[in-house]
Design a protein around this ligand. Structure first.
Ligand SMILES: [Fe+2]
Length: 448
């Protein structure tokens, strides 16, 4: 067999931290955008070596092994590491056929009795064509304990025939919308060639929740909204979820027509993070589906953590708009689902969300919401001042690209809104637009 070219072109990642383990990820791709062979790889299995060390120089390797990279899974590698110490930093790398990957840093979650404060970076909506991933470069530099990605990790659109000048910063190769497994795979490869995205994955473990664009704009359950049949859409959705799994450090694989994204990630006594899938199980006016809703409300009732944090894509608090009716794609379109969640929460509820491409902070009666802006995706035309006047429970708006830095401890839950002034060129510095503390389910500014 001829020697492989350098296969670690898409970087490395880790995710799903628990108190004793983490998932390590990479994907072998010698030609990531190859037109017919996924990743330009030979159609055979490769055995990939992985190492986990206490130091970035790998002088203290504490675990190692091999994991298969199968052609059926686009030569992705998911290593389930266990037996680690809680709340500990580790470093990892892969090697195959004489090539060694870049080094990633990861960190386990704290143990059940821990009261250590946690630092989380929160991002969403990274449309490649709309600019440079400078936000992710700054996220990497924060060295958070964990990163939450709340959806629109990729966008499915093809390159338009006549892109508007100034609105199409980084061209895609594909002119067609993603609909097939091959197209979704190439789209993830296009994104993951980005060095800032690679840096953010290598800097900390991620926990991710998709929204709609990982499949198709505004889809709901089995309704694509584009006139195609449910069976055709189910095939497409399965392809999209498979590609999502292949490119992210997830703990579970797709099974049948389902990839279970909703899950609980405890961080000691400080926070229960509940990742909610607001997309896959929608039916009519039911946003979560019976099974997920049962799981979520039971978890909320049982939680003894200081903070119960729901992490998901969509705007949770009610919103009035100056001209348009309330959004039917956000929680406003599912009032019964929202009421059921609120009835199960016993206070100190925090919702983290994204999707709207602008930053907001608000109160909803029984809790607070922090909405992260986009990494790059262009925002809708929004009159923030008019919106704040019309919605007194919303306390903050910022129209720049950015991310959240959440610091949660036994006494305080604080959020800093980081922002960059531009993404149409690389290199924008980061500023802090505002800071908040949660006090009795209300927001208090920390920066004024
Ligand atoms: Fe988005």
């Amino acid at each position: 067999m001829a020697k492989l070219g350098f296969p670690f072109t898409l970087g490395v990642a880790s995710g799903e931290p628990s108190a004793d383990g983490v998932i390590l990820w990479t994907r072998l791709a010698v030609e990531p955008l190859h037109g017919s062979k996924p990743g330009g790889m030979p159609n055979q299995m490769f055995s990939v070596k992985w190492e986990l060390a206490e130091d970035a120089e790998f002088t203290r390797v504490i675990q190692s092994g091999t994991a298969p990279a199968q052609p059926d899974w686009a030569h992705s590698v998911h290593v389930r590491v266990s037996g680690l110490r809680a709340w500990t930093e580790y470093f990892y790398r892969f090697s195959v056929d004489g090539h060694t990957s870049p080094v990633g840093r990861t960190k386990t979650a704290p143990g059940p009795d821990s009261t250590e404060p946690i630092k989380v970076a929160v991002v969403s909506c990274q449309r490649y064509e709309h600019g440079f991933f400078t936000v992710l470069k700054h996220v990497a530099e924060e060295r958070p304990d964990v990163v939450f990605h709340l959806g629109d990790y990729v966008y499915e659109y093809g390159k338009p025939a006549n892109p508007q000048p100034g609105r199409y910063i980084r061209p895609l190769e594909a002119t067609e919308e993603c609909k097939t497994l091959a197209a979704y795979r190439r789209r993830y490869a296009r994104y993951q060639l980005d060095k800032d995205l690679q840096a953010a994955h290598a800097a900390a473990p991620w926990i991710t929740m998709p929204d709609d664009h990982e499949v198709r704009d505004n889809y709901a359950g089995l309704l694509p909204g584009d006139g195609s049949s449910q069976s055709a859409f189910l095939k497409r959705r399965n392809a999209a979820y498979k590609a999502y799994y292949e490119h992210l450090p997830l703990r579970v694989r797709p099974v049948g027509n389902n990839l279970q994204f909703y899950r609980w990630r405890p961080y000691g006594k400080v926070a229960d993070f509940l990742f909610v899938d607001a997309r896959q199980y929608r039916k009519g006016k039911d946003m979560l589906g019976a099974e997920q809703q049962e799981w979520l409300t039971a978890r909320l009732r049982a939680s003894t953590a200081r903070w119960k944090v729901i992490a998901q894509a969509l705007f949770f608090a009610p919103r009035k708009f100056p001209l348009e009716p309330p959004s039917t794609d956000a929680w406003d379109g599912f009032p019964d689902s929202r009421a059921n969640v609120l009835a199960a929460a016993t206070g100190d509820l925090v919702v983290l969300s994204g999707d709207v491409h602008n930053a907001w902070a608000g109160e909803f009666g029984g809790g607070v919401e922090f909405v992260t802006s986009s990494v790059t995706s262009r925002p809708p035309v929004t009159d923030g001042t008019a919106m704040l006047a019309l919605n007194p429970h919303l306390k903050f708006f910022d129209g720049r690209r950015g991310y959240l830095v959440v610091t949660a401890g036994m006494s305080d839950f604080t959020v800093d809104y980081r922002a960059v002034a531009f993404v149409d060129q690389p290199g924008a510095p980061v500023v802090t637009a505002a800071g908040f503390r949660v006090v009795d389910s209300k927001l208090q500014r920390t920066d004024l």
